[in-house]
Write a protein that binds this ligand. Structure first.
Ligand code: ADP
Length: 836
């Protein structure tokens, strides 16, 4: 390279020298001419310039070896240009331009365009200046061509000079050109060669620098620790990673020697790694590579696991190099993976659900032991790689295959699908299946993962539960009682059909979630508000007690209430009260019946006591006649032979009369009892009242006449009653008999009948002894009434009016008395009018 540069400089030197020589030659005619002119015409200042120029060029040429090439080049180029300008100045010749061009060309050729341009500008400015000066007459051209044409000597000089200049120029240029071309060509080739060499050199240098940077960068940035030793085992270089991995600074490491250093390494089985076994020392000792030695490096109670390799470095001054990297994390991951794999295998071995992983073709990758078992295989590894078609019935496998194809295609999971299957005993069961697509890092589906849970038992239980629920529901809805459930806040949890109906709502939905106390149990019967704290149901829920009540009301949707009987029992779940179930019935009817029953009971009690009293009276009434009968009959029996016929007749007559009266009494008692018990036949028919009364009056006429009582029936029109003949006859006979009995001699009895609306009012009126107000109140009560003796000494039973009352009421009528003591009595009763 330097040689080429030298050579180029030599060429330049020579070229410059030749150029200066050419100028000396070119300028020589001027000098000669100038000398001639000085001799001939005298001294002229311009000649000094020529001589100086000539002198400089000559000096330059003479001392060419002592002056620097660049200086010479500038001087020569300047002289060419000055010569050109002078030529133009003196002769106005184009040769001046040519010389300037040569100067410019020379400087451009050797020292570049910038110098060439500078010189060109100087030349141009020079010429412009000369022309301007010339035009303004500031300078004069030395040659006037008019004069010149007339001056032969000038012609000769000029032609000679020009010819000489032309020859020299042509010769010089031609010589220079050839030489110059040769030099240029050589220079070019040398330049090219030099450039190429230079480029190659620069390239090589760059590569070396790059590779050094690369090496250094790699060396320093490698995660792999690198240590280099000399042949004696001294560490001579290490990278950053080795400092970090060994947790020792570079300065310290550079003091270590592999033969001496005890690193405290351990083997994977935690036994110490002897110094001789350390890879660096071993490679150094044995001169062979020792590769991938797993070593534990103990630092501050922590073990860092390294993989160390070492190999001899076949370079002068080097021993071995060591490389090592940290595998602690990898080792931990491997251990974790081992643990995971072990656990996962245990999971697959023991999980009762059917777990399976399949590839894109639905072939098993791995699966749970339970799946192997149910498909008749001993070990899940035996069915790896198999297709569902090889382990399940074809139809089932087809279903599974289709659904997996869909999962893979749509990249979406299949969740909660129920499939049937046959277990290892061939019994049909059900599984609930969830399957998900499996993706790789590129989010491509690579298979599926599925879990199928055997839900046969749950399904059975569910069915049983459903059946039970249906039964309960049926039971609840078929019972007449209203039933509803509430939670701890009295909000409804369920209600049966009867509950809805009894309370007048539309459906169970009207109750669900609503507060039942506020809805149906908010008030008492008298409409005062029932606070929830006073609500027995609510209190019972809180206490967890069962309660019963039948003295409250429930309120219906329409705002009415009804008496209710309810039972509330706590609902307990896992030992905790969660609410209550209330059963209720509408007891409106029962309450009415109860009320009635109470009245009956009360009446019955009175009746019973009355009956006791009545029976006692009857017993007493019956005892008297029988005492008489027994007394007279004994008297007769004991004294029959001693008594005369008249006395006997008197006694017998008395016995007969007493017997008849007693019989009458018994008959009346019997009649009354029959009437009371309802055994008496009641057969109403159309009865003409007047006729019936006439018959009775006729029967009783003798009795009335015996007391000279006028017995008058005042009924003129025909009135028809719808009545039982026997009963009506009994009533009338009783009332008329009583009127006769309790009317004084020569009294009057009137019988009337009138119709008002649909009733007949019959009146038996007398002007007898009358009845006190107190007696009127009790007169129809056989128990209370005291039978009075008639005005003619007639005895009675005290039952007659009671029988009358019974019979009248049997006809739906009523009987009453209007009487004044000592003035008489009106006995009135109603009978239904016959409608025919
Ligand atoms: P008995 O006439 O057999 O005593 P009744 O039941 O027929 O029984 O009459 C009950 C009583 O009612 C009579 O004892 C009598 O005191 C009173 N009584 C009934 N009819 C009359 C009447 N027309 N005038 C006054 N007292 C009467």
């Amino acid at each position: 390279m330097d040689n080429i540069k030298k050579e180029i400089n030599n060429i330049r030197e020579q070229l410059i020298n030749y150029s200066s020589f050419s100028i000396v030659i070119l300028v020589s005619p001027f000098i000669a001419l100038s000398i001639v002119n000085v001799i001939k015409s005298g001294w002229h200042s311009m000649y000094i310039l020529y001589f100086v120029e000539f002198f400089i060029i000559s000096l330059l040429f003479l001392f060419r070896k002592k002056v620097s090439t660049i200086f010479k080049a500038h001087i020569i180029a300047s002289l060419f240009i000055i010569t050109g300008l002078l030529g133009n100045l003196f002769f106005s010749l184009s040769g001046g331009y040519f010389l300037c061009l040569i100067g410019i060309a020379l400087i451009t050729l050797f020292y570049g365009k910038i110098n060439g341009i500078i010189y060109s500008l100087i030349s141009l400015l020079g010429y412009i200046l000369i022309e301007v000066l010339n035009n303004y007459g500031e300078i004069e051209r030395n040659i006037d061509f008019n004069k010149f044409n007339n001056n032969f000597e000038a012609w000769i000089n000029s032609i000679f000079t020009l010819m000489l200049m032309a020859v020299v120029l042509i010769f010089s240029i031609s010589f220079f050109y050839d030489y110059f071309i040769g030099l240029i060509t050589e220079l070019n080739s040398k330049n090219k060669e030099m450039n190429k060499l230079n480029n190659d050199y620069q390239l090589a240098l760059k590569k070396i620098e790059e590779s050094e940077i690369k090496y250094k960068t790699i060396f320093q940035t490698l995660e792999e620790g690198i240590i280099i030793t000399d042949p004696d085992g001294n560490i001579i270089d290490c990278n950053n990673a080795s400092e970090n991995l060994l947790e020792v600074s570079k300065e310290q490491l550079l003091h270590f020697n592999l033969h001496k250093q005890d690193w405290g390494f351990i083997k994977p089985d935690f036994t110490p790694l002897l110094k001789e076994e350390c890879p660096g020392k071993k490679a150094l000792d044995e001169g062979i590579p020792i590769l991938n030695v797993e070593t534990g490096y103990i630092r501050e109670d922590k073990i860092k696991w390294l993989i160390i390799s070492s190999a001899p470095l076949e370079l002068d001054g080097y021993g071995v190099f060591l490389t090592f990297h940290d595998i602690t994390e990898i080792k931990k991951q491997e251990e974790d993976r081992d643990v995971f794999n072990r656990n996962f295998e245990a999971f697959l071995d023991h999980i009762t659900d059917f777990v399976y992983f399949k590839d894109k073709n639905s072939q098993l990758v791995f699966c749970s032991q339970s799946l192997a078992h149910v498909t008749g295989f001993n070990n899940w590894r035996d069915i790896i790689g198999k297709h569902d078609f090889e382990i399940f019935p074809h139809d089932d496998a087809q279903i599974y295959y289709e659904e997996e194809k869909t999962i893979i295609k749509e990249r979406k999971p299949l969740l909660g699908k129920i499939d049937s299957f046959y277990d290892e005993n061939g019994e049909k069961g059900y599984v609930q299946t969830n399957k998900w697509p499996l993706f790789n890092d590129n989010n491509d589906v690579i298979g599926i993962f599925g879990i199928s849970r055997n839900i046969t038992e749950q399904r059975k239980e569910k069915e049983i539960l459903k059946e039970r629920e249906e039964k309960i529901s049926l039971l609840l809805n078929s019972t007449a009682e209203g039933i509803y459930g509430v939670d701890l806040s009295s909000n409804c949890t369920f209600a049966n059909k009867s509950c809805v109906e009894i309370l007048g709502f539309n459906s169970e939905e009207d109750f669900l979630g609503k507060n039942m106390h506020n809805l149906i149990h908010h008030s008492y019967e008298n409409k005062t508000c029932m606070d929830v704290k006073s609500c027995k149901i609510f209190k019972a829920i809180l206490k967890g007690e069962g309660i019963h009540a039948d003295d409250e009301v429930f309120w219906k949707k329409d705002g009415t209430c009804f008496p209710v009987e309810y039972y509330s029992y706590p609902q307990i779940k896992n030992g905790e009260i969660i609410g209550a179930v209330i059963t209720f019935t509408n007891i409106t009817e029962r309450k009415a019946i109860e009320k009635q029953l109470l009245k009956y009971a009360k009446d019955l009690k009175v009746l019973n006591s009355d009956k006791d009293k009545f029976i006692r009276i009857l017993a007493h009434d019956l005892k008297s006649p029988f005492t008489s009968l027994i007394g007279f009959s004994e008297l007769l029996l004991n004294n029959l032979n001693n008594l005369d016929v008249y006395t006997i007749k008197e006694y017998v007559s008395f016995i007969n009369e007493t017997s008849n009266k007693t019989f009458s009494l018994l008959e009346e008692i019997l009649l009354w009892l029959n009437a009371q018990s309802g055994n008496l036949k009641f057969e109403p028919s159309k009865i003409e009242i007047q006729e019936l009364i006439s018959n009775i009056v006729s029967d009783l006429k003798l009795s009335a006449e015996s007391k000279e009582i006028s017995l008058v029936s005042n009924i003129s029109e025909k009135i028809y009653a719808n009545a039982d003949t026997n009963m009506l006859r009994t009533i009338l006979r009783n009332l008329i008999s009583n009127a006769i009995k309790f009317t004084n001699y020569k009294g009057e009895i009137h019988i009337n009948a009138e119709t008002i609306n649909n009733e007949i009012i019959i009146t038996v009126s007398d002007n007898g002894i009358g009845i006190s107000e107190d007696n009127i109140k009790i007169i129809f009560d056989p128990v209370q009434v005291n039978s009075r003796i008639g005005t003619g000494g007639e005895k009675g039973t005290g039952l007659g009016l009671s029988i009358c009352k019974e019979f009248v009421e049997k006809h739906g009528g009523k009987i009453w008395i209007e009487s004044q003591e000592f003035k008489g009595s009106d006995f009135k009763f109603t009978m239904p009018l016959s409608k025919d």
